[in-house]
Design a protein around this ligand. Sequence first.
Ligand code: FES
Ligand SMILES: [Fe+2]
Length: 343
Amino acid sequence: MFVRNQWYVASWDHEIDRQPLARRICGESILLYRRFDRSVVVLHDACPHRLLPLSMGIKEGDNIRCRYHGLLIDSEGRAIEMPIRSERPHKSICVKAYPVVERHRFVWVWIGDADKADAKLIPDFWPCSRSDWTFDGDYYHIQCDYRLVIDNLMDLSHETYTHQGSIGQHEILEAPIQTQTDGNHVTVTRWMAGIDAPPFWRNALKQEGPVDRWQICHFLAPSSVIIDVGVAPVAARATLEHHDQGVRGFVIDALSPESDTSCHYFWGMARNFDVNDVGFTARLKHQQGAVFREDVAVLEAQQRSILVNPDLKLRGFSIDAGGVRARHVIDRMIQAQHAPGGA
Ligand code: FES
Ligand SMILES: [Fe+2]
């Protein structure tokens, strides 16, 4: 039960090279590799002969030869050579080729009807592509329903306890939150006025003194969350509408469901300060990775508990409003695709 006719992140740009990478997105097995011209190929990962995964195959130029009986498939998914070389492949012998776009450092694959694929529908991760910002991150495979990760990211009150040894701060629990829905876009805003900056942000700002701090979580359907975070000195009079006066980042989170109880988590941080400090970028990624590993431990334990307690339901408190609304958006999109003539 996944939202179809959507772009999902299949991989980071740096994960894909000449050799095939196998991955399952929304229950569909795919393989990815690059042609010589570096464009990315995404094919269904099953040989049209006896269904051996093509990702086990042998690359020949931009084509891939099945490791079982040697059927040769081109990068559009067409069979171009039969196991018996004198036989001509029939055009019905082919595998599905998926629409693919490389953007914002990610490889996006269209899950759904290929003729509906439109690159304009890719979620707008603008901070990942701007020359005056810098962006890096990593990937975790998580054994949980992707919606549990969205719940987690839309409710940062968990930072106080899940991340008590790293980024947790009690001020986060004290600041009120506002939750808004605009179509398929859900926003949770937390504005902390005139507080002491936590160490990370004080160092980023490179000065002492009270700051305004913000955390604005944006759910972008079907399964991304980008979180606008930062601080500005109180004297700079930052507002919700304009808060570029201090230091600002976006926590980037793209979730791609694998199965009902597992998902791919592509995460990173884009920032507009010290953008050329490569060492800082590496340290930041390392620190962020350690924080997100704390989330992974909680989420996988939560999923196991959900599975052994089928009679118990998840409860929604006020802190869960963002995640609950994001789930409503997902449910609506899935219902729409089941309606007659649906997407
Ligand atoms: S299974 Fe691939 S050629 Fe036979
Ligand atoms: Fe977290």
